[in-house]
Design a protein around this ligand. Structure first.
Ligand code: NAI
Length: 455
């Protein structure tokens, strides 16, 4: 039987990059994927949602630009065409991953892989009735939608009245009224898309604010912008039941009902680790998550876990980095994972982006910090391109170490600008050194330079 150097279970960003890097490092690699290469990110997450959001942005520009001297009439939003374009974008990228695997001589096996324990020389994985063996194993099985125990939810999912992040991307018609359960990242991005193109959207969130751990002042700007767009938020609200064409929830101790023709379930994701034979390895788990160390090693030698399945930070860019760290460990190269320098973005309008610690978070860790907050309108380009925008930036500086330790932004281009701050936090430049960096003018990114001079 053919012996591989590495078997990778799961072909999302964590898995395919792990396979690619390992192959480039000289290993003979097999990659197992039961659906399409690219995983959640390419097929039902990052890429398709950004494709949809861009179409809704174009629609808004076409219909809401009178203040900028642009008036258009007869503008049509063709949702089916948007979905068709999204499918093409996804197809192209998935094909690109396939081509990369081929180019690196990775053996791709399309099928449901089940780990069947240890083999003589390492580990065994069975797919499509064939058993493959490898010296090492990388688990990159991703995550799955959490289905809370709400009466009627499972039936609603079966009937198609309730959809998850997967099915919502393929609706061929816009609903009229949509209820979104969960005001986290998925809920907000999709709610924003639908609300932007005329769907009446109500978000039911059990916490008192949206967007999870995002800076509360940023959440306020977001909430105001969304409400202006007609979105309704039911905060500190509990979903009690999903019926045939409505959702029953509790708000301020009162039971209420909202009629709708579609429900999006976005109440969180959890590591997809059941049913893949992990019990045959005896790995340490933390509930559904595979426990890993800073080299992405599990508690079983030569078994690694990268991406959402280790539950550390469910982001595609985290998975990429984890994949590289894992492969470097396999190759005996010095590397380790740093979770404190991973940027996070919410791709709504305005965009939200952050890196590192908040003031409160840093103080909890015992740091002495100073926070600087500036409106984005300090950047000329922001003012030129927005009308009454409420964007701002917050920089958090560790005053003892004289280092930038956090940056939090809401406003246009935040998703692109955050990398500038990420480099500063990661490479530990001093504010004095940062002051010497030349930013192109005019750019919204100049807000970082401006804020540094206010420290
Ligand atoms: P999430 O954890 O971000 O948000 C789930 C929200 O649902 C939370 O606010 C929670 O309080 C709420 N919730 C839970 N149960 C509820 C209930 N029964 N009723 C009402 N509210 C309830 O999870 P989400 O949005 O599903 O995203 C999953 C993962 O995907 C996250 O880890 C996220 O980082 C990732 N993701 C990242 C994106 C990005 O980077 N831009 C985009 C989309 C997803």
């Amino acid at each position: 039987m053919e012996l591989f150097d590495l078997l990778v279970v799961g072909g999302g960003p964590g898995g395919y990059l792990c396979a690619e890097r390992a192959a480039q490092g000289g290993m003979k690699v097999a990659l197992f994927e039961k659906r399409a290469l690219g995983g959640t990110c390419l097929n039902e997450g990052c890429i398709p949602t950004k494709t949809l959001l861009n179409s809704s942005k174009m629609y808004r520009h076409a219909t809401e630009s009178e203040a900028y001297g642009v008036t258009a009439s007869g503008v049509i939003f063709d949702h089916a065409k948007v979905v068709a374009r999204k499918n093409n974008v996804v197809k192209t990228l998935v094909a690109g991953v396939g081509a990369t695997m081929n180019a690196n001589k990775v053996t791709v096996i399309t099928g449901d892989a089940v780990i069947s324990g240890r083999a003589d020389d390492g580990f065994a994985v069975t797919a499509n009735g064939t058993t493959y063996t490898g010296r090492r194993l990388a688990i990159a099985s991703g995550s799955e939608t959490v289905i809370p125990p709400v009466p009627g939810l499972k039936e609603g999912l079966a009937a198609g009245f309730v959809v998850t992040n997967r099915e919502v991307l393929d609706l061929m018609e816009l609903p009229k009224e949509m209820v979104v359960i969960g005001g986290g990242v998925i809920g907000l991005e999709m709610a924003y898309y639908f609300a932007s193109v005329g769907v009446k959207v109500t978000v039911i969130e059990m916490m008192p604010k949206i967007a999870g751990a995002t800076d509360p002042e940023i959440c306020k700007v977001l909430t105001d912008a969304f409400e202006k767009r007609g979105m309704v938020f039911k905060l500190s609200a509990k979903v009690l039941e999903v019926k045939t064409n409505s959702v029953i929830y509790e708000e301020n101790g009162q039971q209420k009902e909202i009629a709708c023709d579609k429900v999006l379930l976005s109440a969180g994701r959890r590591p997809a680790t059941a049913g893949i034979g992990l019990e045959t390895l005896g790995l340490q788990m933390d509930r559904a998550a595979i426990v890993t160390d800073r080299h992405m090693c599990t508690t079983v030698q030569n078994v690694y876990a990268v991406g959402d399945c280790n539950g550390k930070s469910m982001l595609a860019h985290t998975a990429y980095r984890e994949a590289e760290v894992a492969v470097n460990h396999m190759l005996g190269k010095c590397d380790e994972m740093r979770y404190d320098v991973i940027p996070a973005v919410i791709y709504t309008d305005p965009e939200v982006a952050s890196i590192g610690h908040s003031k409160e978070g840093a103080e909890k860790l015992g740091m002495n910090v100073k926070e600087v907050k500036l409106p984005m309108s300090y950047a000329g380009r922001y003012l030129a391109e927005t009308n009454g925008g409420k964007g701002f930036i917050k920089l958090v500086v560790d005053t003892d170490r004289n280092r930038l330790v956090g940056c939090h932004m809401v406003g246009s281009y935040a998703s692109e600008i955050i990398m500038t701050a990420t480099m500063m936090v990661d490479t530990e430049l001093t504010p004095d050194r940062l002051k010497k960096l030349v930013f192109p003018h005019p750019t919204v990114a100049e807000i970082i330079r401006e804020a540094i001079f206010h420290i």
